[in-house]
Design a protein around this ligand. Sequence first.
Ligand SMILES: NC(=O)C1=CN([C@@H]2O[C@H](COP(=O)(O)OP(=O)(O)OC[C@H]3O[C@@H](n4cnc5c(N)ncnc54)[C@H](O)[C@@H]3O)[C@@H](O)[C@H]2O)C=CC1
Ligand SMILES: O=C(O)[C@@H]1CCC=N1
Length: 272
Amino acid sequence: MKKVNVLFIGAGRMAEAIISGLLKRQREKINQIVVTNRSNRERLEEIEGRYGVTVAQSWQEHVPKADVILLAMPPDYHPEVLTSLAPHIQDQLVATVAGGMGLHRLEKRLPSGTAVAWLMPNTAAHIGESISPYTLNAHVTAEQKVMVEMMVEGIGKGVACSEQEVHDLTAITGSAPAFIYRIAELLEESARDVGMPAEQAHQLVAQMIYGAGKMLIEGEDPAYLRDQVASPGGSTAAGLGVLEKRGLRDIMREAVQATNERARELTADQET
Ligand SMILES: NC(=O)C1=CN([C@@H]2O[C@H](COP(=O)(O)OP(=O)(O)OC[C@H]3O[C@@H](n4cnc5c(N)ncnc54)[C@H](O)[C@@H]3O)[C@@H](O)[C@H]2O)C=CC1
Ligand SMILES: O=C(O)[C@@H]1CCC=N1
Protein backbone atom coordinates (compact mmCIF):
# COMPACT_ATOMS: atom_id res chain seq x y z
CA MET A 1 0.00 0.00 0.00
CA LYS A 2 1.30 3.47 -0.79
CA LYS A 3 1.80 5.80 2.15
CA VAL A 4 -1.43 7.58 2.96
CA ASN A 5 -2.25 11.29 3.17
CA VAL A 6 -5.01 11.94 5.67
CA LEU A 7 -6.85 15.25 5.90
CA PHE A 8 -8.81 15.85 9.12
CA ILE A 9 -11.68 18.31 9.06
CA GLY A 10 -12.30 18.91 12.75
CA ALA A 11 -9.60 18.97 15.40
CA GLY A 12 -11.43 18.07 18.59
CA ARG A 13 -11.21 15.19 21.02
CA MET A 14 -11.91 12.42 18.54
CA ALA A 15 -9.54 13.80 15.91
CA GLU A 16 -6.79 14.00 18.51
CA ALA A 17 -7.44 10.46 19.76
CA ILE A 18 -7.18 9.12 16.20
CA ILE A 19 -4.07 11.17 15.34
CA SER A 20 -2.38 10.03 18.53
CA GLY A 21 -3.20 6.35 17.93
CA LEU A 22 -2.23 6.45 14.25
CA LEU A 23 1.12 8.07 14.94
CA LYS A 24 1.87 5.55 17.67
CA ARG A 25 1.03 2.48 15.62
CA GLN A 26 1.03 3.26 11.91
CA ARG A 27 3.54 6.06 11.49
CA GLU A 28 5.40 4.20 8.73
CA LYS A 29 2.20 3.87 6.69
CA ILE A 30 1.32 7.56 6.83
CA ASN A 31 2.84 10.09 4.48
CA GLN A 32 1.16 13.20 5.85
CA ILE A 33 -1.54 14.17 8.31
CA VAL A 34 -3.12 17.58 7.79
CA VAL A 35 -5.45 18.85 10.52
CA THR A 36 -7.94 21.67 10.05
CA ASN A 37 -10.84 23.10 12.00
CA ARG A 38 -13.39 25.84 11.69
CA SER A 39 -11.70 28.71 13.53
CA ASN A 40 -9.74 27.71 16.62
CA ARG A 41 -6.13 28.57 15.72
CA GLU A 42 -4.89 27.88 19.26
CA ARG A 43 -6.24 24.35 19.15
CA LEU A 44 -4.44 23.73 15.86
CA GLU A 45 -1.18 24.97 17.36
CA GLU A 46 -1.69 22.64 20.30
CA ILE A 47 -2.16 19.65 17.97
CA GLU A 48 0.82 20.71 15.86
CA GLY A 49 3.02 21.02 18.95
CA ARG A 50 1.92 17.70 20.38
CA TYR A 51 2.07 15.54 17.25
CA GLY A 52 4.21 17.38 14.70
CA VAL A 53 1.45 17.17 12.09
CA THR A 54 0.67 19.82 9.49
CA VAL A 55 -2.13 22.16 10.50
CA ALA A 56 -4.09 24.57 8.34
CA GLN A 57 -7.03 26.88 8.77
CA SER A 58 -8.69 25.97 5.55
CA TRP A 59 -8.94 22.47 4.16
CA GLN A 60 -9.68 23.34 0.51
CA GLU A 61 -6.09 23.47 -0.71
CA HIS A 62 -5.28 20.11 0.94
CA VAL A 63 -8.07 18.11 -0.69
CA PRO A 64 -6.25 17.32 -3.99
CA LYS A 65 -3.38 15.57 -2.20
CA ALA A 66 -5.54 13.71 0.32
CA ASP A 67 -6.27 10.00 0.01
CA VAL A 68 -8.64 10.01 2.98
CA ILE A 69 -10.66 12.99 4.18
CA LEU A 70 -11.86 12.32 7.70
CA LEU A 71 -14.69 14.44 9.07
CA ALA A 72 -14.20 14.52 12.85
CA MET A 73 -16.70 17.22 13.69
CA PRO A 74 -20.25 17.44 15.02
CA PRO A 75 -23.01 15.84 12.93
CA ASP A 76 -24.90 19.10 12.44
CA TYR A 77 -22.02 20.73 10.57
CA HIS A 78 -21.74 17.88 8.08
CA PRO A 79 -24.21 19.14 5.47
CA GLU A 80 -22.46 22.48 4.98
CA VAL A 81 -18.96 20.96 4.92
CA LEU A 82 -19.97 18.09 2.58
CA THR A 83 -21.64 20.56 0.23
CA SER A 84 -18.49 22.69 0.04
CA LEU A 85 -16.32 19.59 -0.24
CA ALA A 86 -18.30 18.10 -3.14
CA PRO A 87 -16.83 20.20 -6.01
CA HIS A 88 -13.28 19.35 -4.88
CA ILE A 89 -13.71 15.56 -4.78
CA GLN A 90 -11.87 13.49 -7.37
CA ASP A 91 -11.04 10.02 -6.11
CA GLN A 92 -10.62 10.63 -2.38
CA LEU A 93 -12.30 8.47 0.23
CA VAL A 94 -14.54 10.60 2.44
CA ALA A 95 -15.03 9.19 5.94
CA THR A 96 -16.82 10.41 9.04
CA VAL A 97 -16.85 9.43 12.69
CA ALA A 98 -20.04 11.35 13.47
CA GLY A 99 -22.65 9.59 15.57
CA GLY A 100 -25.87 8.83 13.68
CA MET A 101 -24.47 9.87 10.30
CA GLY A 102 -24.59 6.68 8.23
CA LEU A 103 -23.38 6.40 4.66
CA HIS A 104 -26.28 7.83 2.71
CA ARG A 105 -26.07 11.29 4.31
CA LEU A 106 -22.51 11.49 3.01
CA GLU A 107 -23.36 10.04 -0.40
CA LYS A 108 -26.25 12.39 -1.09
CA ARG A 109 -24.07 15.51 -0.75
CA LEU A 110 -21.03 14.20 -2.61
CA PRO A 111 -20.60 13.46 -6.33
CA SER A 112 -22.22 10.20 -7.33
CA GLY A 113 -19.73 7.35 -7.14
CA THR A 114 -17.72 8.88 -4.26
CA ALA A 115 -16.19 6.28 -1.94
CA VAL A 116 -17.44 6.87 1.60
CA ALA A 117 -16.91 5.24 4.98
CA TRP A 118 -18.47 5.61 8.40
CA LEU A 119 -16.31 4.71 11.39
CA MET A 120 -17.38 4.64 15.01
CA PRO A 121 -14.23 4.66 17.15
CA ASN A 122 -13.97 5.52 20.82
CA THR A 123 -11.49 7.68 22.70
CA ALA A 124 -9.27 4.70 23.58
CA ALA A 125 -7.99 5.35 20.03
CA HIS A 126 -5.56 7.62 21.90
CA ILE A 127 -3.67 4.59 23.18
CA GLY A 128 -4.39 2.30 20.22
CA GLU A 129 -7.16 0.46 22.07
CA SER A 130 -10.36 1.57 20.37
CA ILE A 131 -12.85 -0.92 19.06
CA SER A 132 -14.21 0.63 15.88
CA PRO A 133 -17.19 -0.73 13.98
CA TYR A 134 -17.05 0.62 10.41
CA THR A 135 -18.98 0.39 7.19
CA LEU A 136 -18.06 1.19 3.57
CA ASN A 137 -20.16 1.97 0.52
CA ALA A 138 -19.94 0.03 -2.71
CA HIS A 139 -17.57 2.56 -4.35
CA VAL A 140 -14.71 1.94 -1.93
CA THR A 141 -11.88 0.33 -3.91
CA ALA A 142 -9.74 -2.54 -2.66
CA GLU A 143 -6.90 -0.06 -2.02
CA GLN A 144 -9.17 2.30 -0.08
CA LYS A 145 -10.47 -0.62 1.97
CA VAL A 146 -6.88 -1.39 2.97
CA MET A 147 -6.46 2.28 3.99
CA VAL A 148 -9.55 2.14 6.20
CA GLU A 149 -8.33 -1.11 7.75
CA MET A 150 -4.93 0.48 8.36
CA MET A 151 -6.64 3.38 10.13
CA VAL A 152 -8.97 1.36 12.35
CA GLU A 153 -6.19 -1.09 13.19
CA GLY A 154 -3.89 1.85 13.90
CA ILE A 155 -6.22 3.01 16.64
CA GLY A 156 -7.11 -0.44 17.96
CA LYS A 157 -9.32 -3.06 16.41
CA GLY A 158 -11.81 -2.65 13.57
CA VAL A 159 -14.95 -4.61 12.86
CA ALA A 160 -16.50 -4.46 9.39
CA CYS A 161 -20.26 -4.01 9.84
CA SER A 162 -23.43 -3.16 8.02
CA GLU A 163 -24.60 0.45 8.26
CA GLN A 164 -27.41 -0.58 10.62
CA GLU A 165 -24.94 -2.37 12.88
CA VAL A 166 -22.82 0.77 13.18
CA HIS A 167 -25.97 2.68 14.21
CA ASP A 168 -26.84 0.04 16.79
CA LEU A 169 -23.30 -0.23 18.15
CA THR A 170 -22.74 3.50 18.57
CA ALA A 171 -23.96 3.41 22.17
CA ILE A 172 -22.25 0.14 23.00
CA THR A 173 -18.73 0.82 21.74
CA GLY A 174 -18.61 4.56 20.97
CA SER A 175 -20.39 5.98 23.99
CA ALA A 176 -20.27 3.25 26.64
CA PRO A 177 -16.69 4.11 27.65
CA ALA A 178 -18.36 7.15 29.25
CA PHE A 179 -20.68 4.80 31.16
CA ILE A 180 -17.68 2.85 32.45
CA TYR A 181 -15.88 6.08 33.39
CA ARG A 182 -18.96 7.17 35.33
CA ILE A 183 -18.90 3.89 37.24
CA ALA A 184 -15.17 4.45 37.86
CA GLU A 185 -15.88 7.93 39.25
CA LEU A 186 -18.48 6.53 41.63
CA LEU A 187 -16.24 3.70 42.84
CA GLU A 188 -13.40 6.17 43.39
CA GLU A 189 -15.82 8.29 45.39
CA SER A 190 -16.68 5.25 47.56
CA ALA A 191 -12.97 4.55 48.09
CA ARG A 192 -12.39 8.17 49.12
CA ASP A 193 -15.37 7.98 51.47
CA VAL A 194 -13.61 5.23 53.42
CA GLY A 195 -10.47 7.34 53.65
CA MET A 196 -8.33 6.39 50.62
CA PRO A 197 -6.26 9.25 49.21
CA ALA A 198 -7.63 10.33 45.82
CA GLU A 199 -4.63 9.15 43.83
CA GLN A 200 -4.68 5.72 45.40
CA ALA A 201 -8.44 5.45 44.92
CA HIS A 202 -7.87 6.20 41.26
CA GLN A 203 -5.13 3.58 40.84
CA LEU A 204 -7.15 0.91 42.65
CA VAL A 205 -10.24 1.43 40.52
CA ALA A 206 -8.30 1.75 37.27
CA GLN A 207 -6.40 -1.49 37.87
CA MET A 208 -9.61 -3.28 38.86
CA ILE A 209 -11.32 -2.22 35.60
CA TYR A 210 -8.20 -3.10 33.60
CA GLY A 211 -8.03 -6.57 35.17
CA ALA A 212 -11.74 -7.18 34.61
CA GLY A 213 -11.38 -6.02 30.98
CA LYS A 214 -8.42 -8.30 30.42
CA MET A 215 -10.33 -11.32 31.72
CA LEU A 216 -13.11 -10.50 29.27
CA ILE A 217 -10.62 -10.02 26.42
CA GLU A 218 -9.21 -13.46 27.16
CA GLY A 219 -12.60 -14.76 26.12
CA GLU A 220 -14.35 -15.51 29.36
CA ASP A 221 -18.08 -15.14 29.49
CA PRO A 222 -19.11 -12.20 31.70
CA ALA A 223 -21.78 -14.24 33.50
CA TYR A 224 -19.18 -16.91 34.34
CA LEU A 225 -16.72 -14.26 35.54
CA ARG A 226 -19.39 -12.64 37.68
CA ASP A 227 -20.19 -16.02 39.17
CA GLN A 228 -16.53 -16.59 40.00
CA VAL A 229 -16.50 -13.40 42.04
CA ALA A 230 -19.81 -13.87 43.82
CA SER A 231 -19.55 -16.75 46.27
CA PRO A 232 -23.04 -18.10 46.98
CA GLY A 233 -24.61 -16.15 49.82
CA GLY A 234 -21.43 -14.06 50.11
CA SER A 235 -20.77 -10.37 50.14
CA THR A 236 -20.58 -9.72 46.37
CA ALA A 237 -23.97 -11.39 45.93
CA ALA A 238 -25.39 -8.83 48.35
CA GLY A 239 -24.00 -5.97 46.23
CA LEU A 240 -25.19 -7.50 42.96
CA GLY A 241 -28.60 -7.96 44.58
CA VAL A 242 -28.85 -4.20 45.10
CA LEU A 243 -27.86 -3.52 41.48
CA GLU A 244 -30.53 -5.93 40.23
CA LYS A 245 -33.18 -4.68 42.66
CA ARG A 246 -32.50 -1.11 41.55
CA GLY A 247 -33.02 -2.17 37.95
CA LEU A 248 -29.51 -2.18 36.47
CA ARG A 249 -30.66 -4.15 33.42
CA ASP A 250 -33.40 -1.62 32.62
CA ILE A 251 -31.08 1.28 33.34
CA MET A 252 -28.48 -0.06 30.88
CA ARG A 253 -31.09 -0.84 28.23
CA GLU A 254 -32.57 2.66 28.55
CA ALA A 255 -29.14 4.29 28.46
CA VAL A 256 -28.24 2.42 25.25
CA GLN A 257 -31.59 3.31 23.69
CA ALA A 258 -31.39 6.98 24.68
CA THR A 259 -27.87 7.25 23.25
CA ASN A 260 -28.79 5.73 19.90
CA GLU A 261 -32.02 7.73 19.68
CA ARG A 262 -30.13 10.96 20.31
CA ALA A 263 -27.61 10.05 17.61
CA ARG A 264 -30.54 9.58 15.20
CA GLU A 265 -32.16 12.85 16.31
CA LEU A 266 -28.94 14.78 15.70
CA THR A 267 -28.96 13.76 12.05
CA ALA A 268 -32.72 13.53 11.42
CA ASP A 269 -32.94 16.95 9.77
CA GLN A 270 -30.33 15.92 7.21
CA GLU A 271 -32.77 13.67 5.39
CA THR A 272 -33.64 16.39 2.90
N1 LIG B 1 -15.74 11.96 21.58
C1 LIG B 1 -16.01 10.68 21.33
O1 LIG B 1 -15.82 9.78 22.17
C2 LIG B 1 -16.53 10.28 19.99
C3 LIG B 1 -16.95 11.22 19.06
N2 LIG B 1 -17.42 10.80 17.87
C4 LIG B 1 -17.83 11.80 16.88
O2 LIG B 1 -16.72 12.63 16.59
C5 LIG B 1 -17.20 13.91 16.16
C6 LIG B 1 -16.41 14.98 16.89
O3 LIG B 1 -16.64 14.80 18.27
P1 LIG B 1 -15.61 15.35 19.33
O4 LIG B 1 -14.23 15.24 18.81
O5 LIG B 1 -15.97 14.69 20.60
O6 LIG B 1 -16.05 16.89 19.36
P2 LIG B 1 -15.20 18.19 19.69
O7 LIG B 1 -16.19 19.22 20.04
O8 LIG B 1 -14.10 17.85 20.64
O9 LIG B 1 -14.53 18.58 18.29
C7 LIG B 1 -15.25 19.05 17.19
C8 LIG B 1 -14.29 19.65 16.19
O10 LIG B 1 -15.00 19.96 14.99
C9 LIG B 1 -14.58 21.24 14.54
N3 LIG B 1 -15.63 21.81 13.69
C10 LIG B 1 -16.89 22.12 14.01
N4 LIG B 1 -17.52 22.62 12.95
C11 LIG B 1 -16.65 22.61 11.92
C12 LIG B 1 -16.71 23.04 10.58
N5 LIG B 1 -17.82 23.55 10.06
N6 LIG B 1 -15.59 22.89 9.82
C13 LIG B 1 -14.46 22.37 10.33
N7 LIG B 1 -14.34 21.96 11.61
C14 LIG B 1 -15.42 22.09 12.40
C15 LIG B 1 -14.34 22.02 15.81
O11 LIG B 1 -13.52 23.14 15.53
C16 LIG B 1 -13.64 20.95 16.66
O12 LIG B 1 -12.28 20.92 16.30
C17 LIG B 1 -18.69 13.96 16.43
O13 LIG B 1 -19.36 13.83 15.23
C18 LIG B 1 -18.94 12.74 17.33
O14 LIG B 1 -20.19 12.15 17.08
C19 LIG B 1 -17.48 9.48 17.51
C20 LIG B 1 -17.09 8.53 18.37
C21 LIG B 1 -16.62 8.84 19.70
O1 LIG C 1 -21.44 11.79 22.41
C1 LIG C 1 -21.41 11.76 21.18
O2 LIG C 1 -22.27 12.40 20.51
C2 LIG C 1 -20.37 10.93 20.46
C3 LIG C 1 -20.93 9.83 19.62
C4 LIG C 1 -20.29 8.56 20.11
C5 LIG C 1 -19.49 8.99 21.23
N1 LIG C 1 -19.51 10.28 21.40
